[in-house]
Write a protein of this length. Structure first.
Length: 612
């Protein structure tokens, strides 16, 4: 087919995907007749920051199950519906397969034979809770990096069980009905009676013991709370949030039931009765109260809710896959049209990626990189930006192909890191500096991005020269220039970031350099990039050798990025990650295998029996 007839394809693809992206702004569908979306946008204090209950639900379910939905009776239950059932219909939630367990030894503790099924209910776990707790207590006596696979798995399971039980006892004590009437009666009658008897030192009567038992139940809620949904009194600088149990206990010394406590109690009664009208009424009244008392927090959680359900990084990841396919097929034919199509879609995916990155910065009030998750987002973003620049200069599809591959891979990494907990977590004290996060951390991460980009360009060179029938000298020259330019770029930013890190370390810990594993990893990136440049400029390495060395830069960068966290030592180690270790080894092995391809003659040489 004539390429001129397909000149409309690039614009058509951009329009098609733009409509798909705009369609994602519609409210998500839920199977419940209740206003689940309105409940999900209620604010709560959790993990040191104010977030919507939607984030609490998604994060919790990811920790338990590794997914943001639960399948039950061939129905997909959203994280928000699941949290509602956890809070107000715990016996029903116990029947949901919310626990992912794939370790055979852990299943053996529960007397379950390993099958293809990896998901289990709380009912399955209940008879074995004491055994799980005892085994986990023994496992936790060893350091995380020294635990066996089983010890890590049983300790993680115990942590998930504890989270599950906290969630079920945060908004009410599991298994209790008609909470609104009980709370109102306690606040208006029973609480004052208890306070009066305690003040007078009177001997407890049978009736008083019953009141005390109710108070102890609310004290248990206070202790067991996973999040704090009740805005309390205003402190010196911000509003102090409390648990539902504390809010009920505080009602003993105040007039009437606090509005947040009454609202959550009414929501629970309405949800259990399947009274959608009463549920919506309680929700609207509480939202109006929140808009009056905490308008800033209300607006913030609504923005975060929109960010959560729009999932910009997931959408950009899908477009990156399409870009990669278009760039690949451009090698087979219709090259000019497919290269343009790939580039236009790459810019669109990058735009969505940027919107997601900036949204996180606004929501968190921080520079783009604050933890491993955000570093994966930013590494991909910076690599795609550099790939777009390369494509604008060379217009051969190579920049689009490599940028989309890195964008997709880094967002996949971020997706799996998302299961570790809240990705907008509060900063550790030593990292609580927007200036250094915006300078040292950003420069170091740009160094990661650019080193990976040069490495992936080199991977493309080594693979295409062997398998691409259309491999030519101009293409080889273009790739060599790209790799050289990007290595120069990464050497500069890696060096600058390392120097800035030393200054920050001197301010924080009183020493510029301490041979910490993370510091050594950063230095390795600098030295390796400089080594590649010196080898090329000094004539010690020709084109193919430079490409082989650039590929090894991927291994060096991956170790500095993830490997130091797996050592379990040093000021920059944030916990051993067993699954990440396996993938790191696989990645390093794949790069070494690709480096070995550099010693295989290219396609033309093998075909014609020539020697070079």
């Amino acid at each position: 087919m004539n390429e001129n007839r397909l000149k409309w394809l690039p614009v058509s693809l951009v329009v098609l995907f733009s409509f798909w992206l705009m369609g994602g702004l519609k409210a998500p569908r839920v199977s419940s007749p209740m206003d689940v979306r309105g409940f999900a946008q209620l604010p709560a204090l959790n993990g040191g920051r104010i977030k919507p209950l939607d984030t609490v639900a998604r994060t919790s379910l990811l920790l338990l199950r590794g997914k943001q939905t639960v399948r039950w009776h061939d129905r997909a239950i959203s994280a928000d519906e699941w949290l509602l059932d956890m809070a107000y219909k715990p016996s029903q939630a116990d029947a949901y397969p919310a626990f992912e367990i794939d370790d055979p030894d852990v299943l053996g503790v529960m007397g379950i034979q390993q099958t293809a099924n990896r998901y289990y209910t709380f009912i399955d776990l209940q008879p074995h809770l004491q055994e799980i707790e005892g085994q986990a207590r023994q496992a936790e006596q060893a350091k995380p990096e020294q635990r066996s696979r089983y010890q890590t798995a049983i300790s993680n399971l115990q942590g998930r069980v504890a989270l599950y039980q906290k969630l079920q006892n945060t908004l009410q004590v599991a298994g209790h009905d008609k909470v609104a009437d009980e709370v109102r009666q306690f606040a208006e009658k029973l609480g004052p009676i208890l306070m009066t008897h305690m003040a007078k030192g009177q001997k407890p009567s049978k009736a008083l013991m019953e009141i005390l038992k109710i108070a102890q139940k609310y004290d248990f809620m206070r202790e067991a709370a996973e999040f704090y949904p009740v805005p309390g009194s205003r402190g010196m600088t911000r509003l102090e949030w409390t648990s539902m149990g504390q809010g009920i206990l505080d009602s003993m010394t105040t007039v009437g039931v606090p509005p947040p406590v009454a609202a959550y109690a009414a929501l629970g009664d309405a949800y259990r009765a399947s009274d959608s009208a009463a549920f919506k009424k309680a929700l609207i009244e509480y939202r109006n109260w929140l808009d009056t008392k905490v308008p800033d927090d209300g607006a913030h959680v609504r923005r975060e809710f929109l960010f959560n359900y729009y999932e910009p990084f997931y959408k950009s990841m899908i477009i990156y896959v399409v870009v990669l396919l278009l760039a690949f097929f451009s090698l087979l034919g219709w090259s000019r049209t497919l290269i343009r199509s790939a580039f236009y879609l790459l810019v669109l995916a990058f735009t969505v990626h940027t919107i997601g990155l900036v949204s996180r910065m606004v929501l968190q009030g921080r520079p783009p990189v604050t933890n491993l998750y955000s570093s994966a987002i930013f590494v991909g973003w910076a690599a795609v930006l550099l790939g777009i620049v390369l494509e604008r200069f060379y217009k051969n599809g190579i920049g689009s192909m490599v940028a989309s591959a890195i964008g997709f891979v880094t967002l996949i990494i971020a997706h799996h890191l998302n299961t570790q907990g809240d990705t907008m977590e509060m900063m550790r004290a030593v990292l609580d500096s927007n200036f250094w996060l915006a300078t040292h951390v950003v420069c170091i991460t740009i160094g990661y991005s650019s080193t990976f980009l040069s490495g992936f360009l080199a991977v493309l060179y080594l693979i295409r020269r062997i398998f691409d029938k259309g491999w030519s000298e101009p293409t080889a020259v273009d790739l060599e220039r790209m790799v050289y330019g990007i290595v120069c770029f990464s050497a500069f930013f890696s060096f600058l970031g390392t120097i800035l890190g030393g200054i920050w370390a001197d301010q924080s810990w009183g020493r510029f350099w301490g041979w910490d594993p993370k510091e050594n990893g950063a230095l390795m990136i600098v030295l390796w990039n400089v080594f590649v440049l010196h080898a090329r400029l000094g004539g010690l390495a020709k084109r193919r050798s430079v490409m082989i060395m650039a590929v090894f830069g991927n291994v060096v960068t991956a170790f500095s990025w993830f490997g130091v966290n797996m050592l379990g030592i040093g000021l920059h180690s944030y916990g051993f990650m067993e699954k990440a270790f396996v993938w790191l080894v696989i990645f390093a092995a794949s790069q070494l295998a690709i480096m070995a391809l550099g010693f295989v003659p290219d396609y033309a040489t093998r075909r014609h029996g020539l020697r070079r």
